[in-house]
Design a protein around this ligand. Structure first.
Ligand code: ADP
Ligand code: MG
Length: 619
């Protein structure tokens, strides 16, 4: 007996829904895209209970005639493409013709729509993929789709939905993205009857960003304007180097006005900041890439969040150059490529690569033509100091200027001799600081050889342990600010702020929610420079999203302590007095894990005396 059968339409639709409809925000995405494609000038999104009970999108777009309103729910029914050739140049956000069919198969949907050419509006009701009713209704030009009880007929999927706060957070983020991508459209977002976003039609991105994020956000941004129309035009805003984030969450990337997640663009963006921002720190960005339609394939992912460029490398170059130029015109120019020196890059890069496979190999760049080594005048260290200097200079002589790959093989002659993170219990108390390399790494010796200590992460580890200990003993200290600093939350940050604020206060923050989305910082934890408080809050609210907020309180507190430590710690490129170096090393040795920072990066690298001797052919 044959065993293969063609699935019924409603089953096929539910399967497609598995890819298209992951959560309420993905429903909202499809509906908002449809409204934009319909030429709406005004879009309203209303949600109840995190979009599970109700998710309603209304627009004033072109609407549909009755036959279309019914057909729209068929699988692969679309007005946007006709032939397979059309796939080569997609100018609309939708084209797959499966969103409405998928959504209607897993929820109770009511669509009301009116196209000007017709006499009456149409209302179509469809539950779990079954058409219930089609009748006349009243509706101004445009379309309203109400999606109720998402996943009511698929309990397994319903179980996977997160808390109301989490789903609301994702929805808010989504609305923010589309509002930024389409300043010309008015957006309103209403959560449980409360208006969260209201943005009137704006004349450009700057005005829209102002409506959504507030004046202060804009103040720190540099305008990007570059690329060329044949490959890719790049426009938007990027943050000034002083505004730092440790995740990519504040990067909003769009390709032909479609919000995308794209590793390549993210990487090119970071490359634009190369040697301005340290490794592991990300800029904030609102970047719009416009390419000719046939230069980009958007039919890569069912949710259409990924794209593929025909000329990937050229787009990457355009993004990097545009970002570099924006930085240069903001006065943040850095030395031109040929003058850059790469020094001991192999050492650090290999060590990080071995501890965290995902981390990228990024050379450490030193701007001045000679390596800056500041030695403490200490007789006992002199000899070793000269050796190190010789070693570094020898290594440097052989280094090609910018080709990191080949530098790797000649810097030291074998990988075994590269400095590695030491075993924690091999660290004796007998560590003697000699000086600083590039005002960023402490050079020290101990009984086993030479140590390089990353001053920023070392201090981070010390502060992390301190903050955690004080919090555990309920002894956190704060410093009152003479003049409270104000801080504008983005809508997404506002969605999590109230829940996270009490945890922040545990650490010594005193925060007050003022009107709208403005927060006043009245006091900050001891050790945290006042100027860093805002950066830290922004970053934390972006990364500790609602997901983590619901995770164990301890995890959240660790996260806050790590973020505090990172912002309060001394930075790289900072000269340290000998006493300060000694203090750092002594305190580091007393911490719970002197060799790794709270984020898991190495703090210390060691080059064994034995390997130094081998390197000089002495043994
Ligand atoms: P797609 O957007 O990929 O074409 P959808 O399933 O999202 O597929 O929508 C099917 C069709 O329904 C669209 O092609 C469009 O013609 C019509 N449609 C959907 N939403 C709207 C809307 N808000 N206004 C006007 N027409 C719409
Ligand atoms: Mg669509």
């Amino acid at each position: 007996m044959s065993k293969i059968r063609v699935l019924a339409d409603h089953v096929a639709n539910q399967i497609a829904a598995g890819e298209v409809v992951e959560r309420p925000a993905s429903v909202a995405k499809e509906l908002v895209e449809n409204s934009i494609d319909a030429g709406a000038t005004c879009i309203t999104i209303e949600i109840e209970a995190g979009g599970r009970r109700l998710l309603k999108v209304s627009d004033d777009g072109e609407g549909m005639v009755r036959d279309d309103a019914v057909l729209a729910f068929e699988r692969h029914a679309t007005s946007k493409i006709r032939e397979s050739e059309d796939l080569a140049a997609i100018g609309t956000l939708g084209f797959r013709g499966e969103a409405l069919a998928s959504i209607a198969s897993v929820a109770k949907v009511e669509l009301t729509t009116f196209a000007e050419s017709t006499k009456a509006a149409t209302r179509v009701t469809i539950d779990g993929g079954r058409m219930r009713d089609v009748k006349d209704a009243a509706h101004p030009r445009g379309t309203t789709i109400a999606v109720r009880d998402l996943f009511f007929n698929i309990p397994a999927r319903r179980k996977f939905l997160r808390s109301e706060a989490t789903e609301t957070y994702h929805l808010t983020n989504l609305v923010t993205h589309y509002a930024l991508a389409h300043p010309e459209i008015a957006f309103t977002f209403v959560n449980n009857g409360r208006e969260v976003v209201r943005a009137a039609a704006a004349k450009d991105l700057r005005e829209r960003a102002f409506q959504i994020f507030g004046a202060e956000f804009l103040e720190n941004l540099l305008e990007v304007n570059g690329g060329d129309a044949r490959v890719a035009r790049v426009s938007g805003f990027v943050s000034a180097p002083r505004d730092r984030r440790t995740s990519r969450d504040s990067q909003y990337l769009f390709v032909n006005r479609r919000f995308v997640r794209d590793r390549m663009i993210g990487r090119s963006l970071s490359e634009g900041y190369r040697s301005i921002l340290p490794h592991g720190v990300y800029p904030a960005a609102l970047l719009f890439i416009e390419t000719p339609l046939d230069e980009v394939d958007v039919n890569v992912h069912p949710a259409k969040t990924e794209v593929r460029f025909r000329r990937q490398a050229a787009v990457a170059d355009a993004v990097r150059e545009a970002v570099k130029n924006a930085l240069a015109s903001g006065g943040y120019a850095h030395p031109e490529e040929p003058e850059e020196r790469i020094i001991t890059a192999t050492a650090t890069a290999t060590a990080t690569a071995s501890t965290s496979p995902s981390s990228q190999v990024t050379p450490i760049q030193v701007a001045p033509p000679q390596p800056r080594i500041d030695f403490i005048p200490e007789p006992s260290g002199d000899e070793i100091a000269r050796d190190i200097e010789a070693m570094i200079q020898t290594a440097q002589q052989y280094q090609p200027r910018s080709d990191f790959q080949s530098a790797k093989s000649v810097a030291f002659d074998s990988a075994e001799k590269l400095p590695k993170p030491p075993e924690p219990d091999s660290l004796s108390g007998n560590i003697r600081p000699l000086g600083q390399l590039d005002e960023s790494f402490i050079i020290a010796t101990d009984d086993d050889g030479l140590l390089l200590i990353d001053q920023h992460v070392a201090h981070e580890r010390i502060l992390f342990d301190k903050y955690r200990a004080l919090e555990a003993e309920r002894r956190t200290e704060s410093q009152q600010l003479l003049v409270p600093e104000t801080f504008d939350l983005t809508p997404a940050q506002a969605a999590v702020f109230d829940d996270i604020a009490p945890e922040l206060e545990v650490y010594g923050f005193e925060l007050m929610r003022l009107s709208g989305r403005t927060v006043a910082i009245k006091a900050t934890p001891a050790d945290l420079p006042a100027g860093e408080a805002r950066n830290m809050l922004a970053e934390l609210l972006d990364t500790v999203d609602a997901e983590k907020k619901n995770s164990a309180r301890e995890t959240l507190r660790d996260e806050i302590a790590a973020s505090l430590a990172c912002h309060a710690a001394i930075k790289v490129n900072m000269p340290l007095a000998p006493e300060k170096m000694r203090w750092l090393i002594d305190r580091l040795l007393q911490t719970s894990s002197p060799t790794t920072c709270p984020h898991g990066r190495p703090v210390i690298l060691r080059l064994k005396t034995k390997d130094i001797l081998k390197g000089f052919h002495r043994i």
